[in-house]
Design a protein around this ligand. Structure first.
Ligand code: FES
Ligand SMILES: [Fe+2]
Length: 442
């Protein structure tokens, strides 16, 4: 069927969404057109391309893009496609292309800013319409490219809000990723964890801010960690702090998870507050706080460290966890297939021990091999399969529905609840993007 805007809008109600939004391949194509190729999508961080010639590939919507550091030191984002006969220019996901891009098919070469440089037997083009100055023969550029403090985004459509306006309140997550560094800079370390999930991209986004799932989904992992902790104590050993990253999932319980408020912002962004005990009173943390005081002064440092974001969901493509120095990005591949990447950042001039601690969280909670991740992946896959059934047409977002509070254009969850506000909020934004009322949010 071809979906009309009216039919698309009817898939989202105030407290529920229709299963077709997750299972229909045609809707997925419309999502690519109206969301992922029509608003700002994350490309990468500047530290991924430090030297001239360094490049990084990513898919934006359905388009293959390359981000590269050019010979002047500027960052360029272009389509990864040769204008001759269409071959992709780079195939390794990242690397250094040297002083130019070289197409392996017929050896056309391009400057790092995408301009056509040369090709074999150049004179054979004399008298033809091929013109070295004509952008048609350069690597193509997307309509809009911009960055917020070194985080680069692409918009494959003209017009609409500029990047800063689109990001709105969600910029605080990127600020936090940088400002928590005593050296006031942040950089990606190594590569990311990449996973292809056999489920719809919205199921993943919803899960990021779903405070009602960790105590259930991850309870068994939390309990196993608690048993290990108890055994270590019985053996006279002090369990490492890192073990608490896992025991938290069993320890917090219903009342613990209700402490984390959620907020819905314009354009579909939303946040989950909270601070998972990552500022313990130990010598390493104290040394880190001392360096922050030295860099910013006590008042500003406390303001930075006291900012209460556990997850910031930057609709429709990122989930940022600043206290853990992590950024996730999603690349939808099909209605039931989603590539996710999770990146880890190093805070300049933070003590090495603090970096190692956040790295331990990255490995223990977010790597593909951890039980926590397996718990989640299995649930998302089960949801995708369950939603293909016609047992019911609807997905429920009723938890604390009707109790959200709107202030200054933002929507706040009812206190002391595990509200499904962010899930409702995202689907309302989805409806607005899909029916071409982009940017209205809910
Ligand atoms: S396709 Fe690239 S040089 Fe021919
Ligand atoms: Fe989870």
């Amino acid at each position: 069927m071809s979906w009309t805007n009216e039919q698309l809008a009817a898939l989202v109600e105030p407290d529920r969404a229709h299963r077709k939004a997750y299972t229909d391949p045609e809707i997925f194509d419309l999502e690519m057109e109206r969301i992922f190729e029509n608003t700002w999508i994350y490309m990468g961080h500047e530290s991924q391309v430090k030297k001239p010639g360094d490049y990084y590939l990513a898919q934006v919507g359905r388009q293959p893009m390359v981000m590269v550091r050019d010979s002047k030191g500027d960052i360029q984002v272009m389509y990864n496609r040769c204008p001759h006969r269409g071959a992709q220019l780079c195939t390794a996901r990242k690397g250094n292309t040297g002083r130019h891009f070289y197409c392996s098919y017929h050896a056309w070469t391009f400057h790092l800013d995408g301009k056509l440089e040369s090709m074999p037997a150049k004179r054979e083009y004399d008298g033809t319409n091929l013109d070295f100055e004509n952008p048609e023969f350069h690597m193509s550029r997307p309509p809009q490219v911009d960055n917020y403090r070194g985080f680069w985004f692409v918009n494959l459509s003209e017009g609409g809000a500029d990047l800063l306006t689109h990001l709105g309140e969600s910029t605080s997550a990127f600020d936090q990723l940088i400002d928590r560094a005593p050296g006031k800079e942040t950089e990606i370390v190594g590569d990311c964890f990449r996973m292809v999930q056999q489920s719809n991209w919205k199921i993943f986004l919803e899960n990021q801010l779903d405070a009602s799932h960790p105590g259930v989904t991850h309870e068994s992992t939390g309990k196993a960690a608690q048993q290990l902790e108890a055994k270590m104590r019985a053996d006279g050993e002090e369990p490492p702090l890192e073990l608490s990253f896992l025991t938290d999932f069993a320890r917090l319980g219903h009342d613990g998870w209700t402490k984390f408020g959620t907020v819905g912002y314009r354009n579909g962004h939303s946040s989950l507050e909270g601070y998972m005990g990552l500022r313990p009173d130990d010598p390493d943390t104290n040394e880190y706080v001392r360096r922050m005081y030295e860099a910013y002064g006590e008042e500003k440092a406390e303001e930075i460290l006291g900012t209460n974001i556990h997850h910031m969901l930057v609709y429709p493509c990122n989930s940022v966890q600043p206290p853990l120095q992590q950024l996730r990005t999603i690349r939808p591949l099909a209605h039931d297939k989603t590539l996710t990447e999770i990146w880890h950042f190093r805070l300049k001039d933070a003590p090495e021990t603090i970096y190692r601690r956040s790295l331990a969280y990255y490995y223990l909670v977010n790597s593909p091999s951890t039980l926590i991740n397996a718990d989640d992946l299995f649930n998302w896959w089960k949801c995708q399969h369950g939603l293909t059934s016609s047992a019911s047409e609807w997905v429920s977002f009723h938890r604390k529905a009707g109790h959200d509070e709107v202030r200054d254009g933002n929507t706040y969850s009812a206190p002391d609840s595990m509200s499904e506000l962010p899930l409702r909020h995202m689907m309302h934004a989805w409806r607005d993007y899909m029916t071409a009322d982009a940017g209205a949010g809910s």
